[in-house]
Design a protein around this ligand. Structure first.
Ligand SMILES: Nc1nc2c(ncn2[C@@H]2O[C@H](COP(=O)(O)OP(=O)(O)OP(=O)(O)O)[C@@H](O)[C@H]2O)c(=O)[nH]1
Ligand SMILES: [Mg+2]
Length: 283
């Protein structure tokens, strides 16, 4: 699976981020709790420069809670506070302003020492497409301040949003790195919904996902799709899912595309269970 997807708006967003960083006190890096490593921009250190940073492990409601705790510890050990958040349900959202204020404190003290009046902490929300940046902001401010939708590439330009109290947040368009040349990373981004669907082959991704699930959580598939004996071949498994659902085309063959869409949708919706696709590797 070779994915090349770097639309013009992302290149522009990247330049804009660089420029806007001058105005920013704290960078909020939103990661997908199911793939904290693959959803991380490898250039983040360079992009964020020396700004204090808070990591948010978003969509924690869809991830394995034990793994999420491991990831929180992992990032904390690297010196970066990390909070698990469910921006839909709201869990963890309220804890974030406290972390932000703490990160802003040294700068605020410096500003005060030079005679400047206190001002809100200005934060930039950064992350890959569809990770939940706009939804996180909406949950924090308690209204639909930013547009959200379950497809990547919704936010096209930056937008400042004030939070009651002392925060100002800048929503930004999701940015992916130019070359997704790592097959495993590409698969994980596709399966979690960070890449537009016309860019990759749905069947390939669903087969790979079924193979991963069959290897790690066979019970989840057995129960959901009522398949007692899982075939070794994952394409056969995809067909078995379709057969179980009655997805037949006119010639009586299983419609694997329809099965693939079902499997991906149910995985992304958390219907198959809460899964984390990668664990932290201790240095
Ligand atoms: N289950 C779950 N869904 C979430 C969470 N956060 C966001 N979503 C959903 O994920 C989808 C994408 O959310 P957005 O806020 O639009 O994502 P974004 O990062 O702003 O995306 P772009 O603007 O395209 O870069 C929406 O359908 C949200 O409802 C979460 O914590 N849990
Ligand atoms: Mg957005």
């Amino acid at each position: 699976m070779d994915i090349q997807w770097f639309p013009g708006h992302m290149a522009k967003a990247r330049r804009q981020v660089k420029e806007d960083l001058k105005l920013i006190d704290v960078v909020i890096e939103i990661l997908d709790a199911r793939i904290p490593d693959s959803s991380r921009n490898p250039d983040i250190n360079q992009i964020a420069g020396g700004k204090p940073r808070l990591i948010i492990l978003n969509k924690a409601d869809l991830a394995n809670p034990v793994s999420t705790r491991r990831w929180e510890d992992f990032f904390k050990k690297t010196g970066c506070p990390a909070v698990a958040v469910d921006s839909l349900g709201g869990r963890g959202v309220r804890e974030t302003p406290g972390y932000i204020q703490k990160l802003f404190e040294p700068k605020m003290t410096r500003l005060a020492a030079s005679g400047r009046r206190p001002r809100p902490a200005r934060c930039m929300i950064l992350g890959i497409p569809n990770v939940g940046k706009s939804q996180f902001i909406n949950k924090l401010v308690g209204r639909r301040a930013a547009k959200t939708e379950n497809v990547p590439g919704v936010t096209r330009g930056r937008q400042w949003i004030k939070v009651a109290g002392d925060l100002e947040l800048m929503d930004t368009p999701g940015i992916l790195w130019p070359k997704l040349n790592d097959e495993v990373v590409s698969f994980r981004l596709a399966v979690t919904g960070a890449i537009k669907e016309h860019i990759f082959d749905l069947n390939t991704v669903a087969v790979e996902l079924l193979s991963w699930l069959a290897g790690n959580y066979p019970e989840a598939i057995r129960e959901r799709y009522k398949i007692d004996v899982l075939p070794d071949d994952s394409l056969e498994l995809l067909e078995a899912v379709g057969a179980q659902r009655g997805y037949y085309s006119s010639g009586g063959i299983v419609d694997t595309l329809k099965s693939a869409k079902t499997v991906l949708k149910e995985f992304r919706g958390g219907i198959l269970g809460r899964f984390t696709l990668e664990e932290p590797v201790e240095p």
